[in-house]
Design a protein around this ligand. Structure first.
Ligand code: SF4
Length: 349
């Protein structure tokens, strides 16, 4: 349990007073708070776009559309034309739709209630909380990448952020401020972009280092953990044959006693190959003069390759293959078949 929330909050607020970024949507208006409309617009713009790029375009937007009323009167082609260079045009459409809704149903006042905001197009949990916290000083904690990074480092959680989102929400909620929510949220954001940097955080000059579990354990360069990218595995191909006799028994055989899945039970299958065109029908199956029906493709992932199998099913009289091994259909799941073979049978019968 992290005990020093208040000390962290006080430190960040004081740090922010001296070091806050000079961003155009932060200019303070009434009640010593930023204009909610500015925050509203900036949060749409900042989705998927860097602070630097947004900073360059924000003032231009405000000159053209200084408030909800003016924006609501605009048309989609006009806003899309402006948006050129910012990318992700759905944000522009959503911003315009929201402005029209606020104009129609809220008398041009951006609502300051979470349940209302979250209904607008393009506004999710983070954006709703950012607007409420920064624009209205509501007691919330929106978690952006900067805030998540500070939280995960303070607590030295040795997992990728994506795996501990709920935990970080809980931690974030402990830092919610009753009185200075707007400044505190922005202080976290600025601290993450100036001191607790993604790479090479400035721990030596960080006033939080005495509380920071990552710093204490010398893990600040490895936390947050990166999500390991799935390696692209080679793929092999085979065909497997599930042959069932009149006694509800499945044709099986033992695999060679060396190599993969050695000595385990399998249904007949072709030699596994890297090129599908090189598949050769299994010798045992060639002997069976019966019609086989394709049951479709099945993919199975081994640690070092993926196996794509086309499964075939057929019925054969036991007498026709009297020298072969059979296993009761009801018993295969408890047999020494490897999982891949059990799944193949499962799919066929
Ligand atoms: S000590 Fe380093 S890792 Fe910990 S909060 Fe400060 S800058 Fe971030």
């Amino acid at each position: 349990m992290f005990k020093q929330e208040n000390q962290v909050k006080n430190y960040l607020i004081n740090w922010y007073k001296k070091n806050q970024r000079d961003l155009p949507w932060r200019i303070k208006f009434q009640n010593n708070l930023p204009n909610p409309y500015y925050v509203f617009v900036s949060e749409y713009m900042l989705q998927q776009t860097t602070v630097n790029t947004v900073t360059k375009r924000f003032n231009e937007f405000i000159v053209r559309w200084p408030n909800i009323e003016k924006l609501a009167r605009s048309t989609e082609p006009q806003i899309l034309k402006f948006w050129s260079g910012l990318g992700y045009y759905s944000r522009a459409r959503n911003l315009l739709k929201s402005a029209k809704l606020i104009n129609k149903y809220y008398k041009n006042n951006i609502p300051n209630i979470y349940d209302e905001l979250i209904k607008f197009p393009g506004i999710g949990d983070y954006t709703a909380k950012a607007i409420l916290g920064i624009g209205f000083n509501k007691s919330v904690m929106p978690l952006d990448a900067n805030i998540e990074r500070i939280l995960i480092r303070l607590h030295a959680i040795e997992k990728p952020v994506i795996k501990v989102k709920n935990k970080l929400k809980d931690f974030g909620n402990k830092f919610i401020s009753d009185k200075y929510s707007s400044d505190l949220i922005q202080s976290f954001m600025d601290y993450g972009s100036a001191i607790c940097l993604p790479r090479n955080p400035k721990c030596d000059i960080c006033g939080l280092n005495k509380f920071c579990q990552s710093y204490k354990k010398n893990l600040q360069l490895t936390i947050p953990f990166k999500l390991r990218k799935k390696s692209i595995k080679p793929i092999k191909y085979t065909r497997a044959y599930v042959i069932v006799n009149e006694k509800n028994e499945i044709l099986v055989r033992s695999r060679p006693n060396k190599g993969m899945l050695a000595s385990m039970l399998e249904v007949p299958n072709d030699v596994w190959v890297k090129n599908k065109k090189l598949l050769i029908t299994d010798q045992d199956i060639k002997k069976i003069k019966t019609k086989l029906k394709s049951k479709g493709l099945f993919e199975y992932s081994f640690s070092h390759f993926d196996l794509e199998t086309e499964i075939f099913y057929g019925n054969v009289k036991k007498a026709k293959l009297s020298n072969c091994n059979w296993i009761k259909k009801s018993k295969y799941s408890n047999s020494r078949m490897p999982t891949v073979m059990k799944k193949i049978v499962e799919m066929a019968v």
